[in-house]
Write a protein that binds this ligand. Structure first.
Ligand code: HEC
Ligand code: HEC
Length: 316
């Protein structure tokens, strides 16, 4: 229902009826989320690669490709294109630029998706345990995970990050830092993604890179202060977005920049969120249900899954 009609019925109010309707909606929502939780909360064995592979083929291969090389059936019609996992290069990490993401990083992306791109959020469709299995399978798609030992010190975000509340002074300080650090070269003087370097911006795989427009306000990596902090401190490997962990060492400076960048977002109305309703979830839920019921079996068209998860000592 368009927002203006909601507003109208609120204005000409019969309060009792409105309260009853709202109450009904809330109960409905509670029931839906309870169903979603129960639905995804399958009795769980420890995460394993074979389960991950089965769920990956059902849910991810259409975009990321059966072998993870971003050649799924609909990959060509998606922009930006799905990630090619065989390159072993990951944008959304808590680790230093050039290092592998942690398993928690991969799980976060799968759980929350990348808003504003085709990468969906799987929350409520896949349980945490199923996501953990998929992460194990994704790690078999690039040789980097077997070749490189991840180290705890790869994680460069402080464990006890506590965001500093935005004040007008902090925002002003952030604006100065935005200029000083050269964010505007790419993101533009007013943060509209139209800086000097934006026109020729390319990703490491040669595809066109769209510099982020801060006024758009829909962040792929999340729009909580802690998400924005993570993005510019660790950088987005594979995209021209650099890591500022070395050049911006002071916590106070980092939070000032977070406050400024977030202040550029425009507020969006309720209709925006309603129009984003993820209708794709119904067919995906049916796909997953079928995959869960299929017993594990070798598939001649894909690389066989390893017998067991290789042992690791990186603590995840
Ligand atoms: C409808 C297409 C689509 C489907 C289905 C899909 N993805 Fe994605 N995925 C994308 C796109 C597009 C991107 C890149 C978005 C960007 O960076 O702008 C992406 C990015 C990712 C990344 C980010 C890697 C990084 O750089 O940090 C991960 C991890 C990922 N997908 C995992 C999955 C998994 C696992 C599934 C299945 C559960 C899945 N995706 C299903 C389209 C899809
Ligand atoms: C050399 C160009 C360049 C510079 C300099 C640069 N960025 Fe970026 N930034 C990008 C590009 C390109 C993207 C989009 C990457 C993508 O989604 O593939 C991006 C994305 C981002 C995002 C992520 C938005 C999301 O979708 O989650 C944030 C936050 C960000 N930049 C902050 C900054 C800040 C703060 C600075 C300065 C300290 C900065 N950037 C400097 C190129 C740049």
């Amino acid at each position: 229902m368009p927002t203006k009609y909601w507003c109208k019925s609120m204005a000409s109010s019969n309060h009792t009826r409105l309260v009853a309707v709202l109450g009904g909606c809330l109960l409905g929502l509670a029931a839906c989320s309870a169903t979603a939780i129960w639905h995804s909360d399958q009795p769980s064995a420890p995460p394993d690669v074979a389960t991950g592979r089965r769920l990956y083929l059902a849910s991810c291969a259409g975009c990321h490709g059966v072998r993870g090389d971003a050649t799924g059936e609909i990959a060509a019609s998606v922009f930006p294109p799905p990630r090619d996992f065989t390159r072993g290069e990951f944008r959304f990490r808590s680790t230093a630029s050039g290092t592998l993401p942690t398993r928690a990083d991969l799980a976060r992306t799968i759980d929350l998706g990348l808003p504003g791109s085709a990468m969906p959020s799987w929350r409520g469709l896949l349980s945490d345990n199923e996501i953990a299995s998929i992460v194990l399978f994704v790690e078999t798609l690039s040789p980097r995970f077997a070749q490189e030992q991840r180290q705890p010190e790869d994680v460069i975000l402080p464990a006890d990050l506590s965001p500093v509340a935005a004040t007008p002074e902090l925002v002003t300080r952030g604006r100065d830092l935005y200029v000083k650090m050269g964010c505007g070269e790419c993101h533009g003087a007013e943060g509209r993604g139209d800086g000097k370097a934006a026109a020729t911006s390319r990703n490491s795989d040669g595809t066109v890179s769209h510099v982020f427009d801060f006024t758009y306000g829909v962040y792929k990596a999340g729009d909580a202060p802690i998400d924005v902090y993570r993005t510019f401190v660790t950088g987005l490997d594979g995209a021209p977005m650099p890591a500022f962990d070395q050049s911006l060492p002071e916590e106070a400076d980092r939070w000032a920049l977070v406050a400024y960048v977030l202040s550029l977002g425009r507020a969006r109305g309720l209709t925006y969120y309603f129009s984003e309703r993820p209708t794709w979830r119904d067919p995906m839920a049916a796909n997953l249900e079928a995959a869960r019921k299929t017993p594990a079996q070798p598939d001649a068209t894909t690389t066989p899954a390893p017998e067991s998860t290789p042992p690791r000592d990186d603590g995840w």
